[in-house]
Design a protein. Structure first.
Length: 120
């Protein structure tokens, strides 16, 4: 991927991650329904994602295919968040998260499992 994806571009990617390979006209219809965009807005965003290397287009029917997985974008966005707001400290991010929202017993158990896996 060549550059950061903006929120509007991520909406297009979300459709592809959720639906799989999808014709541009169907992406436009879904985003008109979900977000209220017109067709031209969606096509412009699809083209921007193509320039950034996030989407490939094939014919017939301007079929769009996500070139990057959701997990890769989530990882990059998380790294940027940690660097930008928490001085590169994942611990500070976790502390902020835990201060803001109470975790269920299941979430706490899963968090401990992740910590133990990291330590091994």
């Amino acid at each position: 991927m060549n550059a950061k994806l903006f929120d509007s571009e991520l909406k297009v990617m979300e459709v592809l991650w959720r639906e799989g390979d999808t014709p541009a006209r169907q992406i436009a219809a879904l985003l008109t329904e979900e977000v209220g965009w017109n067709v031209n807005t969606t096509y412009t965003l699809i083209k921007r994602c193509m320039k950034k290397g996030a989407i490939a287009r094939s014919e017939p029917g301007f079929l769009c295919h996500a070139l990057i997985p959701r997990e890769a974008v989530q990882a990059a966005e998380t790294d940027e968040l940690i660097d930008r707001l928490y001085g590169g400290s994942a611990g500070r991010l976790f502390s902020a998260l835990l201060d803001r929202k109470r975790l269920s017993p299941q979430e706490l158990r899963r968090l401990w499992e992740l910590v133990e896996d990291t330590e091994s």
